[in-house]
Ligand binder design. Structure first.
Ligand SMILES: NC(=O)c1ccc[n+]([C@@H]2O[C@H](COP(=O)([O-])OP(=O)(O)OC[C@H]3O[C@@H](n4cnc5c(N)ncnc54)[C@H](O)[C@@H]3O)[C@@H](O)[C@H]2O)c1
Ligand SMILES: [Fe+2]
Length: 457
């Protein structure tokens, strides 16, 4: 690998300059935005609009859960009423695996399609994007991994997100997975942004609690990483901060009462705002690590982000204290009259509290000590070559953060009698988090699951 050859010092000197240059380009790069239809019933209205556009045959990409729930019914009925021909491909599974994208490509070509509707979560939307750019260029998705690797843009693409998390309905990216080697790959092209999208809260009313929680935390991570990174603009900062405020207000409501359509709609909008922010300002170390966990252990993307987020924020906090204080204000936590360091600490504590209230554990059960060096190496490479992080992580930093989320057998945990903070004469603005025991995390999850079940009764 090139990182092995150029070494840590060269990396820390050369790549920041390169990334600054890319950052300047992304500030001015024109990124299209879809026309958005928002509100209950908007997916049917989108179907009516698409039917008016006169496509020959549309490939509707979705997944089996959505088919079983009949969520696409109103859109498909509108297409039928409008005289549109369509074929439904509902085999997508989480993380958009390449073999299923290949199947979608064959179906698109075999059926003579000329447009795509993506109806589902990020995995479905990204599969549709990958199918589209592959058929337009006559190339395999693997050959399109990277930035602007295709000569042609995809055929007309429309999106209906059924989770509030990825923001893929407005982003330039398609994240796909390669089951052959357990990796996640990104195809990025401004032409991947869908032309029209519908944010229909009715589709999300039955989203199970754990998926609501994980996908909502993905959106929060997008907003936070876009805001604390070095490529933010006034526009992306506004979008990111608005998303943070909306998520703090509405994610607990959407989690507690799935049927709360107002909260669902605001979460859908927040996810879109966060998508608008990060598609220009990019993400950071949290995603760099989470992608490795998703590739290796199939950890749901949002869950991986949620578990990693506290450790990365604590690691980055000395470089972003002011920004964390601003995030605290927008999240409605902490006291504006207190010093910045205290406000920053309040924000970090609020992220822990948000995770706990959503039943998200502090450790990742699947994580294995023996995997950590390779995971950290891949995460550092991804971050070094892509993300404008506020504080660069070394291999050792990343391994330390991964060990924070390693499930520790209860009998092996050190005594937690004296806090590290009390021993440090100059404690950092934000203390290092003590790992919670897996047993405690599990108890918390059960309690939350119970109280959620009660709320739904
Ligand atoms: N393109 C981007 O910009 C971008 C950004 C972030 C993440 N991603 C990628 O998106 C993928 C994750 O997407 P996701 O978090 O939306 O999850 P997902 O699409 O993988 O869906 C998760 C589960 O939720 C189910 N589901 C979806 N909508 C439902 C509904 N309304 N009701 C009931 N069940 C429903 C699905 O069937 C699936 O089992 C990852 O591969 C991630 O890397 C892409
Ligand atoms: Fe994400």
């Amino acid at each position: 690998m090139i990182t092995d050859l150029i070494g840590d010092t060269a990396l820390s000197l050369g790549l920041p300059a390169l990334k600054r240059a890319v950052g300047l380009v992304t500030r001015v790069l024109p990124i299209p935005q879809p026309t958005l239809m928002v509100g209950p019933g908007s997916s049917a209205r989108l179907g009516e609009t698409i039917a008016d556009l006169g496509h020959r045959r549309i490939l509707v990409v979705t997944d089996g859960v959505i088919t079983r729930l009949g969520l696409a019914g109103p859109l498909l009925d509108a297409l039928t009423r409008g005289g549109s021909q369509f074929v439904v491909f509902d085999e997508i599974t989480p993380d958009a695996p390449i073999p299923l994208i290949e199947k979608g490509i064959d179906l698109y070509l075999g059926q003579g399609c000329d447009a795509l509707v993506a109806f589902g979560g990020g995995s479905v939307m990204d599969s549709a994007k990958a199918i589209g750019i592959s058929v337009a260029n006559g190339r395999h998705p693997r050959q399109l991994v990277g930035y602007f690797r295709g000569w042609n843009g995809p055929p007309p693409l429309y999106a209906v997100p059924t989770t509030a998390g990825t923001g893929s309905e407005v982003t330039v990216a398609a994240v796909i997975s390669d089951p052959e080697n357990g990796t996640k790959l990104v195809i990025a092209d401004t032409r991947l942004v869908p032309r029209l999208a519908a944010l229909d809260p009715c589709l999300m009313a039955g989203l199970p609690g754990p998926i609501t929680a994980a996908t909502g935390m993905d959106a929060l991570t997008h907003a936070i990483e876009a805001y604390i990174g070095d490529w933010g603009t006034d526009y992306t900062d506004r979008m990111a901060l608005a998303a943070v405020a909306m998520i703090y207000e509405n994610l607990p409501l959407a989690y507690a009462t799935g049927q709360d359509l107002a909260a669902r709609e605001k979460m859908a909008l927040a996810s879109t705002y966060a998508g608008l922010a990060f598609t220009r300002a990019n993400v950071g170390n949290v995603h760099a690590i989470a992608h490795q966990l998703g590739g290796r252990y199939h950890t749901p993307h949002g869950l991986a982000n949620a578990i990693v987020l506290p450790a990365v924020l604590r690691f980055s906090s000395p470089s972003i204290t002011g920004k964390l204080a601003t995030l605290a204000a927008r999240a409605g936590v902490g006291d504006r009259d207190r010093p910045e360091g205290e406000q920053a600490r309040a924000f970090l504590e609020s992220v822990d509290a948000m995770n706990a209230s959503l039943g998200i554990p502090a450790q990742l059960d699947a994580l294995r000590e023996e995997d950590i060096p390779a995971l950290a190496k891949a995460a550092c490479w991804e971050a070094d070559t892509n993300y404008p992080v506020p504080k660069r992580m070394t291999q050792a930093d990343c391994e330390r953060m991964l060990r924070e989320i390693l499930p520790v057998p209860v009998q092996e945990r050190p005594e937690e009698t004296v806090s590290e903070e009390a021993q440090e004469p100059e404690a950092p603005a934000v203390p290092v988090r003590k790992p919670r025991s897996p047993r405690k995390a599990k108890v918390d999850t059960k309690v939350k699951a119970k109280s959620r079940a009660k709320a739904e009764d």
